[in-house]
Design a protein around this ligand. Sequence first.
Ligand code: EPZ
Length: 422
Amino acid sequence: MDKIEITGGKSLHGKIKISGSKNSALPILAASLLTQDKISVSNVPNLSDIFSMLKLLESLNVKIDKKKNRIDLISSTPRSLLAHYNLVRKMRASFLILGPLLARYGEAKVSLPGGCAIGNRPVNLHLEGLGRMGVTFKIENGYVTGSIKGRLKGAKINLNQISVGATENLLMAATLAEGTTIINNAAKEPEISDLSKLLIKMGANIEGFGTKKIVINGVEKLKSCSYKIMPDRIESGTYALCVFGCGGTVKLENVNNEVCNHLIKVLKQLKSLQLKKIDNGTGLLIKKKKNIEISLIVRTKEYPGFPTDLQAQLTSSLLKTKGRSEIVENIFENRFMHIGELIRMGANLKQNGSKVIVKNCKKLKGAEVMATDLRASSCLVIAALMAHGKTTINRVYHLDRGYENLEKKLKLCGAQIKRVRS
Ligand code: EPZ
């Protein structure tokens, strides 16, 4: 397994080209199952999660033509409507093929994704919503088998908890349903809007995406289109927090107004971090001013609140800041796996239930550490860049799931970082 070695203590100066959003690309690739026509998707990041989704789609008879960050997909009737455990367990978002398969073929057998390091990740909201659209499910031997005679039926669905994945599965299923579907308490993440814009380009009839009520009038067929994936707001936020932790000035390129406005809003409590939109919102200039004492309380929330996917990175970026901060994780039940590793580096952290208290640590020193999940691994990168001496991060396959060319991007900004292949 590859490792990453970082010698910390340097500030960052330079430019970083932000990649396309992983969490937008995954449902958009799954949406190719909704039509037999060609879907062309550009600005797709080269990440192991993307490759896992492509492998799963190929197993469902989707012809894939990939050239760098552009992918053409043509979905023909699969020999079997089975999404195998071996493919789904590697990448939970594989479960997003359920809605499209049921909408197109009226049946699907998908392995339950199971839990992961950050929580047990149930899928009850997906199944309850699809059940309201007429699907009957059987759950046995770790698989969920859904079927319906004829087309899905439009329905009024009240999600009792906001769920990005459930909103995406139901949204895709509803595009081909008979009649109107209303999704109440829908997730409002920008990635849902990106998916909706792709579906509308394919001929779907969708209103209200980006709000808590989405209305979809089903159509008979969807058609070919080309679409460019939005920039990755979590990758952008991760690099902004690298600058906050290490100091320096970095320009993020290939972002957009929505990503800039979101990060400016959710990072505004970091008084010594200046974020300035430039080049009509396609650039975001990030500058760390002199260190000042900061004590903040941050609670993770669904969009447009502080993203749970930046919680670990915020924690590590605060390790050398004077003051006492509280960070509360409200979305997942176990998203603190990084704390033990940060304490091994000398961090002054105290976890109390869903809260972590961050205080200034005397000396943050490099150490041998282990990544446990995707965002925990990027938090260890930030801590390593801030620490005195050398850090070796093990199990970087977690990092490769969500950050394209991370070492190259940081090296171009002056970081002393290299990958050790083993
Ligand atoms: C998406 O996961 C993202 N993944 C996650 O990003 C992100 O952390 C999460 O949304 C929250 O923003 C992708 O988009 C591929 P949820 P998802 O359904 O859809 C509970 C990353 O780091 N829930 O919004 O799985 C669930 O347990 C990843 O890039 C149910 O109870 O998240 C959680 O507590 C990590 N029943 C909460 O809802 C359900 O049926 C939010 O989960 C579904 C979810």
